[in-house]
Design a protein around this ligand. Structure first.
Ligand code: SAH
Length: 348
């Protein structure tokens, strides 16, 4: 007996491969363009939606391919308007993505991996072991789902995208950049590169690669400490990827792209709340033009991490601002539904 071949995810094919598929089946390469328009721009979930294709063509596609569309399983709404989606993937795994409404913008916060391998001690996602990378279409679909929710619930367009959900985007670089290509392409969502921010724990060799590739999106680095010993104690990646290497990668990034870097930083009691910690951050901020987001800590249990006092935060902010570093204190959004930074852990 011939076993049924697993069908290929059609959105993993390059344009040329899809054209070749149609040629091999006695059709015109032009058919590939029609299909791609349905797959990306119109975000079709089934081949039957592709009404400008003949029924035999649709059947041919069904016989060879699947469309591995995500499914928004549960949607929770926070008192502050934030929406958290639990997203089911074709193999049953679940990730989360978040819509964050603000006065002038609506931001989609999307996941890049199922779970995470980085083990940052303060982050809930770190407790889910990394299961796999998301494909480009799974990342794209999260953005489409949030774009639709923005229009439906707020009557406004999606304006910004941040890769600050589950996972480390630079450890899934090929798929993240492929998704961004579709998100920004006129054949996809046509969004502007400058509205997209990729946030990383600071994987130095990938920051260098991004600079070499000439990427046009924004870079944010989750710094949290600018002293090696402290950073290593809360972010194990710092052992193999210490601050001087990160600094060198960021210098290279700035030299190539001339774009500012944003540092994300949480101040915790007894961990990084001393004058020396703030001075170290200031010194680090001078390496390349940068700005700082001081993020409010979202407790993930009643463990070791406690947000520093407002006074400490104000001191940090005053010091940085006095030296010309733009600094913002970022209040969390969606805390009541575990949708805030570092809280994504498939609890819904
Ligand atoms: N791996 C990437 C993408 C995740 S972004 C990165 O590290 O940048 C999630 C952001 O929330 C990161 O800046 C992370 O450091 C921060 N974060 C993690 N846990 C948090 C928590 N409990 N409270 C506030 N911020 C947290």
């Amino acid at each position: 007996m011939v076993e049924a071949q697993p069908k290929r995810d059609i959105r993993k094919l390059k344009s040329d491969e899809l054209k070749q598929f149609f040629l091999d089946h006695g059709d015109k390469p032009f058919r590939a363009l029609q299909v791609e328009e349905w797959l990306w721009k119109k975000s079709a979930k089934s081949f039957d939606q592709m009404t400008n294709l003949s029924v035999p063509t649709r059947e041919l596609l069904k016989a060879h391919f699947s469309i591995n569309h995500i499914r928004v399983d549960t949607m929770q709404r926070s008192a502050d308007g934030t929406i958290k989606n639990a997203v089911v993937l074709h193999d049953g795994l679940v990730v989360e993505s978040v819509l964050i409404p603000a006065e002038k913008r609506i931001t989609a916060c999307v996941s890049s991996q199922v779970g995470c391998s980085l083990a940052c001690k303060f982050c809930a996602t770190a407790r889910l072991k990394r299961q796999r990378n998301l494909s480009a279409d799974e990342i794209y679909d999260q953005v489409v789902a949030i774009k639709e929710q923005a229009e439906l619930f707020f009557g406004r367009p999606l304006t910004n995208i941040v890769f600050m959900g589950m996972g480390e985007p630079l450890l899934n670089y090929a798929n993240v950049t492929a998704a961004i290509d579709k998100i920004t392409s006129q054949k996809g969502l046509g969004m502007a590169m400058k509205r997209i921010t990729v946030s990383t724990v600071g994987v130095s060799k990938m920051i260098i690669k991004m600079a070499d590739d000439g990427v046009k999106f924004n870079l944010a680095v989750s710094l949290h400490a600018a002293i090696d010993k402290t950073r290593s104690s809360i972010m194990p990646i710092n052992d193999s990827n210490p601050l001087d290497e990160l600094a060198a990668a960021l210098r290279y990034w700035y030299q190539k792209t001339k774009r500012k870097v944003t540092y994300e930083y949480v101040v915790w009691q007894g961990i990084n709340d001393s004058e020396a910690d703030a001075q170290a951050l200031l010194k680090f901020c001078k390496i390349v033009p940068s700005k700082v987001n001081l993020i409010e800590y979202n407790p993930i249990d009643d463990g070791d991490f406690k947000q520093a006092s407002d006074e400490v935060l104000t001191n940090y902010m005053d010091l940085l601002e006095r030296h010309g570093i733009t600094t913002r204190i970022r209040k969390s959004r969606g805390k009541d539904i575990d949708a805030a930074c570092g809280q994504l852990a498939n609890k819904s």
